[in-house]
Ligand binder design. Structure first.
Ligand code: MN
Length: 500
């Protein structure tokens, strides 16, 4: 193996300065020395891991401080280095980021508890500086990519955890590429049999689709050139394997019902050009009714923008075509993280935390998460609530004033009431959902408008615990009912109820 060289990291950066180069070189040499006597399970020198984490970070456009923290991320946990050493040698920000991704000591915490408490620590750090989570995701990506060297039971655990926590986190941050890569690297270890099935399905189906796409690609290339478009890019995008698996599961594993295994993507300069291209596309091929989605005029609640359409391309075939601008493409690849890593002119940011307004908008939920997790003492409850309330699939419901309330899929009218205000929750009697009267246990429908009806005399009952899905609402109800959440608590409540 050729010796590692920090130049290979710097080369991936956009316009690195002399200072950036210097910082990264020093971090690399420092980490190399610190891990000198360690090896990975693969037998390679340990530095290969932080080096690859740094490559991933540089590849997604991280700044020099983040990349350096990536190089140093395991030094405090695994070697004799202390945080103050890092702060002295580098700076406070780099030390802060390294601290954020360092797991808690094994002496104080054990097993699952240590693991969950380390996650909590990560979130607290991430609320202060989002770059901490970007480092953790890059770390996780390299770890799942090298799972073949780990014992089988551990492989499965790490892969499942990646699918349940880290990939959804990347998704919530709008880092869709990272999400796809994390999922596809974990998939074979988490569900080996299903993985093989999906690979085989995609292979047969994929071959014929590629042929068709090539033909359409050539037609588009000519048409756009004829219409004087310059600087456009057309490429194929093949659906990520895990995401294809999820879709197959929703469609009885019937591959023929899925027409977006691969899609053509047209990337142009401006938003206006997106609509011009859409016109051209629909002029050549007949659009499939109901499949045109204008996420430019109506962005997805997580900010995603693009036009999606599906067209008939002859012989009963349907092809999905996505049209977007370069800015939208960049956003789709790197998401919220890109706002935090770059300023408006595309230059890497140096200020810790990045653009405050964007941060507030994109990752408001992180702050909610921090506030709320303070109340939860039990590690197992935290992990459960994290999965159900925060990183589960989300739906978006509107208040009558048009404010958006984000909730986990499966949430009910009562969850919505509590999400608005605990007082409204406590006195809710029913609601109007898109004008129709519904009961408190009715499941919310995405993008509906919900108006809660309250009555002063109404108050929570034990039954309400079955109505709600979010941990947040459950906690409120339990607090009001004065029960602690376990059986003795419920018993206490019943006793109280009957002796009143
Ligand atoms: Mn690591």
């Amino acid at each position: 193996m050729a010796p590692l060289d920090s130049k290979d990291i710097v080369v991936l950066m956009k316009n690195p300065t002399e200072k950036d180069r210097d910082l990264i070189t020093r971090a690399f040499l420092f980490a190399q020395k610190a891990h000198e006597n360690q090896r990975r399970k693969s037998g390679e020198p340990y530095i290969v891991h932080p080096f690859n984490v740094a490559l991933i970070l540089a590849g997604i456009g991280a700044d020099a401080e983040t990349i350096s923290a990536g190089l140093l991320h395991d030094t405090v946990e695994d070697t004799g280095i202390s945080l103050s050493d890092i702060e002295k040698e580098f700076n406070k920000t780099v030390a802060f980021m390294v601290d954020g991704v360092t797991k808690l000591g094994e002496l104080k915490y054990k097993g699952v508890v240590r693991h969950v408490e380390s996650l909590r620590k990560l979130f607290v750090a991430m609320a202060e500086d989002i770059r901490v989570i970007v480092i953790r995701l890059a770390d996780r990506l390299h770890n799942v990519r090298t799972l073949q060297y780990i014992e089988p039971e551990k492989q499965k655990r790490i892969a499942l955890e990646t699918l349940e926590i880290y990939a959804p986190l990347a998704n919530r941050l709008g880092m869709w590429r990272m999400k796809g890569l994390l999922e596809d690297a974990s998939f074979p270890y988490a569900y080996p049999a299903e993985y093989k099935t999906v690979v085989a399905l995609r292979k047969t189906k994929g071959r014929e689709t590629i042929k068709r796409l090539e033909k359409i690609y050539r037609t588009l290339q000519t048409t756009l050139t004829e219409h004087k478009f310059k600087d456009f890019v057309i490429d194929y995008r093949i659906k990520y394997l895990y995401s294809l698996y999820m879709k197959l599961k929703r469609n009885n594993m019937n591959i023929d019902s899925i027409y977006d295994i691969s899609a053509l993507r047209i990337i142009v300069d401006s938003m206006e050009q997106c609509y011009q291209v859409l016109g051209l596309v629909h002029n050549i091929w007949r659009p499939v009714p109901g499949k045109l989605k204008d996420y430019i005029a109506n962005p997805k609640p997580n900010g995603y923008q693009s036009i999606h359409t599906a067209v008939f391309t002859g012989e009963g075939n349907i092809v999905e075509i996505q049209i977007r601008s370069k800015a939208m493409q960049h956003e789709a690849e790197y998401g919220a993280a890109s706002h935090l890593l770059y300023d408006e002119t595309g230059k890497p940011k140096t200020k810790k935390g990045g653009d405050e307004k964007q941060l507030a908008k994109s990752v408001k939920w992180i702050h909610e998460l921090i506030e709320w997790q303070k109340e939860i003492k039990e590690s197992s409850e935290f992990l459960h609530a994290l999965k159900t309330d925060f990183i589960h699939d989300r739906i978006f419901v509107f208040t009558p004033k048009g404010d958006v309330v984000e909730l986990p899929k499966g949430s009910t009218v009562l969850d919505f009431a509590y999400a608005i205000h605990s007082d409204i929750g406590d006195h809710a009697v029913g609601a109007r959902m898109n004008g129709k009267f519904v009961s408190l246990d009715t499941e919310l429908i995405n993008k509906n408008t919900v108006e809660i009806e309250t009555k002063k005399t109404s108050k929570p009952t034990l039954k309400w615990l079955d109505y709600v899905k979010t941990s947040m609402a459950k906690r409120h109800i339990k607090n009001i009912l004065n029960i602690s959440g376990n059986k003795t608590g419920v018993k206490a409540y019943i006793e109280k109820f009957f002796t009143k």
